[in-house]
Design a protein around this ligand. Structure first.
Ligand code: E4P
Length: 221
């Protein structure tokens, strides 16, 4: 399962890349605002340069021709740019046209299995089901991932399932058990994943015992 970072904050992306944990990045207009982005082109180019894989950048037009114009500009920013298109009827038409032009699309704001199926049939390379926002309204977001996975397996659909709106490590474990292709994680969730209190406790005890033999933690080699 690939790990993407769900942020437009360049420092977080650099840190995640330094840890060797980041396969790609997803952004959206809210994340751009949160990162304090003023110059979209400059910020997008920097993220594309630093990220060792696909970077989703979202259109803000809602009509077909506006989406197409913005999508072409986004695609021209770099070879790893992926155009994020919302799941609407105009969005589906744009996804189909962009597919014909070999421009990769991440279909965003997916909340039902049928939306995912339609996005895939239109030619989206990625579908982004939002699990956390479904949990927020007392639905089980991960059930949606299971349903999409079943449908994609049934029809041998190659569109990748990119689990979005991830809020906690349990979302990540369940995504891996279901066999999702990608999870996109906020930076704080990424940081939490490799941590375990028993690891910290075990390490402290090893160092304490070592210090009894070699005071100051000296390493005698
Ligand atoms: C990423 O592609 C989505 O835009 C993002 O995960 C949404 O997350 P949120 O529901 O926490 O805003």
């Amino acid at each position: 399962m690939k790990i993407f970072l769900d942020t437009a904050n360049i420092d977080e992306i650099r840190k995640g890349v330094e840890w060797g944990l980041v396969d790609g990045v997803t952004t959206n207009p809210s994340l751009m605002e949160r990162a304090g982005v003023k110059d979209f082109a400059a910020a997008a180019k920097e993220i594309l340069k630093v990220t060792p894989g696909p970077v989703s950048l979202e259109v803000v037009a809602t009509d077909f021709s506006g989406m197409m114009k913005q999508a072409e500009k986004i695609a021209a920013l770099g070879p790893n740019a992926v155009v994020k298109i919302p799941m609407t009827l105009d969005g589906l038409a744009a996804i189909k046209k962009l597919r014909e032009r070999s421009i990769p699309v991440n279909c965003t704001l997916v909340f039902s299995p049928i939306q995912a199926l339609f996005a895939a049939k239109s030619g989206a390379e990625y579908v982004s089901p939002f699990v956390g926002r479904l949990d927020d309204i007392a639905e089980d977001g991960m059930t949606l991932i299971e349903q999409i996975k079943t449908i994609f397996v049934n029809y041998d659909i190659q569109t990748k399932i990119l689990v979005a709106s991830v809020r906690n490590p349990v979302h990540v474990v369940r995504s891996a058990l279901i066999g999702a292709d990608i999870v996109t994680l906020p930076f704080d969730v990424l940081k939490k994943l490799p941590q375990h209190p028993k690891t910290d406790e075990g390490l402290a005890r090893f160092l304490e015992d070592w210090n009894k033999i070699f005071p100051g933690g000296r390493f005698p080699l």
